[in-house]
Design a protein around this ligand. Structure first.
Ligand SMILES: [Zn+2]
Length: 76
């Protein structure tokens, strides 16, 4: 599980179950464990107003450099 945080204010945005290596480009909504973000229409924002990603239905397309993450990645 990883914790995705805002690059501007360092608040938590998501707890997310990431599977596999590589960059976090999308967040599948069914793998979100906890969601602290604010959603306005299809924009997923931090509480500070930083745009984190775009809700595209089944997943959130993450905006690179708007966030960072820490934690363990499941290897399956
Ligand atoms: Zn923020």
């Amino acid at each position: 599980m990883i914790i995705v945080k805002c690059a501007q204010c360092r608040r938590k945005i998501f707890k997310y179950r990431k599977i596999g290596k590589g960059k976090l480009l999308h967040c599948w909504k069914d793998r979100l464990i906890e969601d602290y973000s604010l959603c306005k229409q299809n924009e997923v924002k931090c509480q500070c107003g930083n745009l984190i990603g775009i809700d595209e239905g089944k997943w959130i397309k993450m905006k690179q450099h708007a966030f960072y993450y820490s934690g363990n990645i499941d290897r399956k």
